[in-house]
Design a protein around this ligand. Structure first.
Ligand SMILES: Nc1nc2c(ncn2[C@@H]2O[C@H](COP(=O)(O)OP(=O)(O)OP(=O)(O)O)[C@@H](O)[C@H]2O)c(=O)[nH]1
Ligand SMILES: C=C(OP(=O)(O)O)C(=O)O
Length: 219
């Protein structure tokens, strides 16, 4: 596997909490699954889904490799570190790894190829900053040089930690990877363009009337 793509997915009943003002719990869960399918499809055979939710496993069964979380690890960073250790031990991960969020509605296969092409070689990290300062995508060459620090404002933490580890840091302006669906503002941004409306997430959001709800909230 030239570039394994690790995609962490929160438990559906915990995901997308910041969209609660716009979407019901059932709608947030379905949107999480729809964007996961988009990201996993883009990653193709390289997709490695990390989740504790049996409904995610059921939805993605047979379509890509789904990894169980480590019961001894707590939180996103610890879960990712534990999964990466297991994947390095079994040879799935060698000298490169792309960690992608599961909620990137615009991502396509060629998006990942474009990001991959930005990799300058060993000793580097290519990062994509999200609208709220998170890290939507992180291509590590190699992984393991610094501790993962996902959470609010993680982009600056990851960039600083990579530099402190002697790595070359590149901020990619990859437009498809910069948009994740965390807030009602992100949903509005997705639905603002025909391109966004034509995504699987866009179709779903329009079908449930999220555009009208946004307009009513602005009124
Ligand atoms: N496997 C796993 N994935 C997680 C966990 N927490 C967050 N994620 C995933 O990590 C990525 C970034 O997560 P966030 O956007 O911060 O969390 P979220 O649950 O999607 O949204 P919020 O509820 O708004 O924080 C998304 O792909 C999440 O699904 C976790 O504890 N385990
Ligand atoms: C946890 C993260 O996601 P978000 O910024 O979407 O909360 C992160 O990018 O570090």
């Amino acid at each position: 596997m030239s570039l394994p793509v690790l995609i962490p997915v929160n438990r559906l009943d915990r995901a997308k909490g910041r969209l609660a003002p716009l979407l019901t719990e059932a709608e947030r869960e379905e949107l999480s699954l729809i964007t996961l399918e988009t990201v996993a499809h883009a990653a193709g055979a390289a997709a490695l889904i990390l989740t504790a939710d049996p409904r995610v496993r059921e939805r993605m069964a047979g379509r890509c490799r789904v990894l169980e979380e480590d019961p001894a690890a707590e939180g996103l960073n610890a879960q990712l570190e534990a999964a990466i250790a297991r994947l390095r031990a079994d040879g799935t991960i060698a000298d490169r790894l792309l960690i992608l969020h599961a909620d990137l509605p615009l991502v396509r296969g060629w998006t990942i190829e474009t990001l991959d092409a930005e990799d300058p070689g060993p000793g580097s990290a290519v990062l994509v900053r999200s609208r709220d300062g998170g890290t939507n995508a992180m291509l590590l060459h190699p992984p393991g040089r610094f501790p993962l620090a996902y959470g609010p404002g993680s982009f600056e933490r990851h960039a600083a930690a990579a530099r402190a580890a002697g790595m070359q840091v590149i901020e990619s302006e990859n437009r498809e990877l910069k948009l994740d669906l965390d807030t009602p503002g992100d949903v509005a941004e997705l639905l603002r363009t025909a391109r966004g409306q034509q995504t699987a997430a866009g179709h779903y959001l329009l079908a449930i009337g999220a555009d009208r709800r946004l307009a009513e909230a602005r009124a």
